[in-house]
Unconditional design. Structure first.
Length: 431
């Protein structure tokens, strides 16, 4: 029986190199009323025909002496009358890895059997398998050089058997294509090994631009145009800008690293400039002793009708253009100055002083214009009947009447001399 099985098996293996019979399982139609069945049993290339009244399949196989292996299959068909056909499909053991793993095939073809087991033959393996089955006879030992590897494809792991060869061939065999931005952690020209893990990661880059403010500084400069303690802002500060461009790297969608590709000031700040005064202030003038308040005057003394004497009783000498600028007059040191007094007169009038208040109506013919401003024959500049003088306004307010060496004067102006001598008078003349 063993010899018979081997003969059958050898013929079947050779037939499988070309094609294996299609597997179609149909329920055998057994006619209970038939007393005799004509049974044909096909085992590979061998055929056995018997007559039997027992339609049981196991009884038929027992009568023919045919034994089924653990992974063998049979297909039984009934013609509906007295005919029964039984086909035996023997299992084919193929060593599918170097680790000694055995996969049994008994489908319609070797390729289909491998596919149902989750494996695919490479073109070289198909040729090698067919040649081995064809040439080596019934005792052929067929080995497929397979390696179990794990490929982590962008975060998804796949564990498969792949044929011997390079990593590149293995990826092609598994239908895995590297994208433009993919990186692989293994040399693709390296041969695959049992248990190898290959990681394929998708790399993406993102450019991030960040603009931040750059603070300005404050600088200080000395200035002799300002007094000590005084300050002035010469330049108003303005913030600048710094631009930072970074290239972020993402692997499988997760942040991996960052590279700074630009970091520079794209707008310079403008510094604030503050001036500090260095000029010394003049010594403060001593506070003058207060003069008694003049009694309010309700009337004004008219000017004399004759101008032969301008001293109003004051003893010579009196101020002239030839006697110098430092005459000590009846009310203090006297000097003179020559300037257009039109503006001063206008200011005096805006303060409420009118020439009618300061003139003798009998001498009205001496008024040269309606403002009350005229020049006396000795060169004194007059407002009405009074000589216009400049004085220290803290002592003699504007509009005050004061005795001079040339006659009664009216305070209409002031000058820098008042810092040094608040009692000095500067008489307006045409000299």
């Amino acid at each position: 029986m063993e010899s018979q099985k081997k003969t059958h098996s050898a013929g079947f293996k050779k037939a499988m190199a070309v094609t294996l019979m299609g597997a179609v399982c149909l329920t055998a139609a057994v006619s209970v009323g038939s007393l005799s069945k004509k049974v044909t049993v096909t085992d590979g290339t061998e055929t056995v025909a018997i007559d039997t009244i027992n339609p049981d399949t196991q009884a038929i196989l027992s009568k023919t002496g045919i034994e089924l292996g653990k992974n063998d299959k049979l297909v039984r068909t009934d013609d509906g009358k007295n005919g029964v056909n039984i086909s035996i499909i023997r299992a084919l053991d193929v060593d599918a890895s170097e680790a000694g793993k055995i996969i049994t095939f008994n489908e319609s073809s070797v390729a289909d059997s491998l596919l149902s087991a989750g494996m695919t033959l490479s073109s070289n393996e198909s040729l090698s398998l067919a040649a081995a089955l064809e040439s080596s006879g019934p005792e052929a030992e067929v080995k497929l050089a397979r390696y179990e590897i794990t490929v982590d494809v962008r975060g998804e792991k796949v564990t498969k058997y792949v044929p011997a060869g390079t990593v590149k061939n293995a990826l092609e065999f598994l239908g895995i294509t590297l994208g433009e931005n993919d990186i692989i952690d293994t040399d693709i020209t390296k041969n695959v090994q049992e248990g190898m893990t290959i990681e394929i990661r998708k790399v993406e880059y993102k450019t991030v631009t960040d603009v931040t403010k750059v603070e300005y500084s404050t600088t200080y400069k000395d200035s002799d145009e300002l007094y000590v303690g005084e300050t002035r802002t010469e330049v108003v500060g303005e913030e600048g800008e710094r631009t930072v461009v970074k290239k972020e790297k993402y692997v499988n969608g997760e942040f991996d690293s960052v590279e700074t590709i630009l970091n520079q000031i794209t707008k310079k700040p403008v510094d604030t400039v503050i001036l500090n005064g260095t000029k010394e202030e003049p010594e403060p003038e001593p506070e003058p002793e207060p003069e008694p308040e003049p009694e309010p005057q309700t009337t004004y003394t008219p000017a004399p009708s004759s101008y032969t004497s301008y001293t109003d009783g004051y003893i010579y000498p009196y101020l002239t253009n030839t006697m110098g600028r430092n005459l000590n007059g009846p009310s203090g040191q006297e000097t003179y100055y020559n300037m257009d007094m039109s503006g001063i007169v206008s200011s005096l009038q805006r303060g409420g002083w009118m020439y009618e208040q300061c003139v003798d109506k009998a001498l009205i013919d001496h008024i040269l214009d309606t403002s009350g401003y005229w020049v006396r024959e000795d060169g004194c500049k007059m407002f009405g009947d009074y000589i216009m003088v400049a004085a220290g306004l803290s002592v003699r307010p504007r509009g005050s009447l004061v005795q001079t060496s040339l006659g009664m004067g009216i305070v209409v102006d002031t000058g820098g001399f008042a810092y040094n001598d608040p009692y000095q008078l500067d008489i307006a003349t045409a000299w």
